[in-house]
Write a protein that binds this ligand. Structure first.
Ligand SMILES: Cc1cc2nc3c(=O)[nH]c(=O)nc-3n(C[C@H](O)[C@H](O)[C@H](O)COP(=O)(O)O)c2cc1C
Length: 203
């Protein structure tokens, strides 16, 4: 299987290396804007889609804009150099935007069935999770407990914000503004190292 889409002009990019994880939220279309912002700022970005994320955003869009293949299947040998372990050690930052309630729950319990889940588990770089979900899902004690658990792991949780949600109601659960996410992702603090399973190193 071909492994195209790598632009040689970009392969020497000296900016931060970011894994952008996209999960199955209606806000997934905003990941395109986040990706564009990161690439414009000089970051090298590799996208990882959950199977449900791929229902919302075509891999081709992310592959084209990142100039890299999109990783989806941990068993895809054509992406042999993009397994959860090598991608985890490659990244300066794993940014999951948007992150669903289910993904947050999986991270909190240490699940490693999907590529994105196992990638985060294998990483010792900074991890930032940007929730996007219905207000009731966000406020549910299970989600609040899970988010607390992620913070305890040393992960960053950025947002959600308050505003108009996909349902049309105004409330908490909106993905942070893509420009704000890009700005946080490129800050020095976000790119510091994090001890595996523990508190972040001071950046
Ligand atoms: C149209 C639609 C929109 C959805 N939007 C969200 C969302 O914004 N946030 C969320 O947590 N779940 C949302 N879900 C539910 C998730 O897609 C579902 O929990 C899924 O299992 C998440 O998979 P993933 O986290 O592996 O990508 C939505 C489902 C549908 C059908």
């Amino acid at each position: 299987m071909p492994r195209p889409l790598r632009d040689p002009k970009r392969s020497g990019a000296s900016g931060p290396r970011v894994v952008l994880g996209v999960t199955g939220s209606i806000a997934a279309y905003k990941s395109v804007e986040i990706l564009r912002g990161l690439v414009k700022a000089g970051a090298e970005v590799r996208c990882v889609l959950t199977p449900n994320g791929a229902r919302f955003i075509p891999p081709l869009t992310l592959a084209t804009l990142s100039a890299n293949p999109v990783a989806q299947d941990p068993f895809d040998v054509s992406l042999w150099d993009m397994t959860h372990v090598s991608l985890a050690s490659w990244a300066d930052l794993i940014l999951v935007a948007p992150a669903t309630a289910d993904f947050i729950a999986r991270l909190a319990t240490g699940r490693a069935e999907g590529l994105l889940d196992s990638l985060v588990l294998a990483a010792d770089c900074r991890v930032a999770v940007c929730p996007a979900l219905h207000e009731n899902m966000w406020k549910h004690p299970a989600t609040q407990r899970n988010v607390g658990t992620l913070r305890g792991f040393g992960y960053e949780v950025w947002g959600p914000g308050r505003g108009e949600l996909a349902s049309g109601v105004v409330g908490w659960g909106r993905l942070l503004d893509p420009a704000e996410i890009v700005s946080r992702a490129l800050s020095r603090r976000a790119l510091g190292r994090r001890r595996a399973g523990g508190k972040p190193h001071a950046a």
